[in-house]
Design a protein around this ligand. Sequence first.
Ligand code: EPU
Length: 472
Amino acid sequence: MDMLVIRGGQPLRGTVTVGGAKNAALPIMAATLAATGTTVLHGVPELVDVSTLSQVLRSLGMTVERRAGGALELTVTDDQPCFADYELVRRMRASVCVLGPMLGRRRRACVSLPGGCNIGHRPIDLHLKGLRALGAEIRIERGYVFARADVLRGADIYLGGSFGSTVTGTCNVMSAAVFAEGTTTISAAACEPEVVDLGNFLNAMGAKIEGLGTPLLKIEGVQELSAVEHEVIPDRIEAATLLVAGAITRGELEVANIRPEHLSAVIDSLRAAGATVELHGTRARVSMNTAPRPIDVTALPYPGIPTDVQAQLTALLAMADGISVVTDKVFPDRFMHLPELMRMGANVRREGACGIISGVARLSGACVMASDLRASAALLLAALAADGESVIRRIYHLDRGYDRLEQKLNLVGANIRRVTDAPENLPASLHLSTEEEAVPTVETSDVPPAPKFLSHPSASRQHELKDTARHG
Ligand code: EPU
């Protein structure tokens, strides 16, 4: 397993280019299950999640190959398999995106339920509700969703849930409904650009979907979809992460290959926090030379602030000049990054679906643990801004969703090394000296004489003493 060693404090300067969107590429790849012929996809990022889904698709009778220039070629060679195994699906929730295309095209599907997730409760009840409305028989047994439908019929489907619309749920229901007899309407459909990209891809193959990008979709069923060549949209979450990187390091960074219209809410928040963001076509230039202003941020379905950028903005606001409140209305439990940010000196606390962030003037490098994809990105951003060196462990989370992020950041001035996660690779600066380990900084009459303490303090005694010193 690898870890990242980051030396913070370098302002990022230069130009960095965003890759294709993970969350558009995955449902689009899954939809190729329903295509006749060979699909060619451009801009599919090289990610662990893409490899995992490729494995799932191969297990479902497809060939998936990367061409020399980077394009991904996908062809159905056998349309009989319908079983997506737990061993593959449990590695990545987005594997559930094969459910709709398989049911639509093959009329049956057996897909493992994805299981637990670090960012909170993630049911798929709305996916199943939509597919049932189209006429599918669905049962859950032994951890698998068994779905079949001899005929799918168009229906009026409301897909809203307690936390708003569902992104992959809309993808699944839309991908099945393109094969349903007659007309389907989906209301409270997700409006995220990734759903629109999937819809455009399906339409290019022959589907008839209207209303993409609005909460009301109208779909006329068709018999067949023919494979096409398609370019995946740029990743707005990677773009947002890079914009925050420019701001948090008080640098001047140009982020290329963006769709500014997909980033309106993020850019608005960055400006409110004091960053200068200039837009030039498909490029954004971000700069910042003072501490961020405190702001309140609420993650909402598109076009609101994406929940996938909540952690990164929290890292930025950890260094703001005052108190900010960050609320996540999409995944109210997505706050695993807070305790790790505290290890770097952030002053944060969680209250329900909110993080209350009292900004500090500086963060200090520390050894921290990534808990999920966007939490990893937030820790990396904090480490870029922190004094001294940091170590981020469990970075397989980062590799699931960012294509060579540390290489891109290094090209614009960051100092990040990827090394094997082993004690000998921990930077010397993160080892406390014996004196630092043993001697509390506050003088107190309860503390025994230093020489005795320095010799062999037990761990529990050390804690006790440090506690006494801290709290008097
Ligand atoms: N929800 C339900 N029932 C459902 C489906 C969702 O109650 O059947 C709830 C969820 O629990 C959540 C909310 O609805 O509270 C939104 O969930 P959604 O279904 O939209 O999430 P998702 O489709 O599983 C996608 C992205 C996530 C991103 C969310 C929200 C992909 C592959 N994943 O997940 O991306 O956070 O939409 O925008 O598209 C990431 O990239 O790091 C990531 C987690």
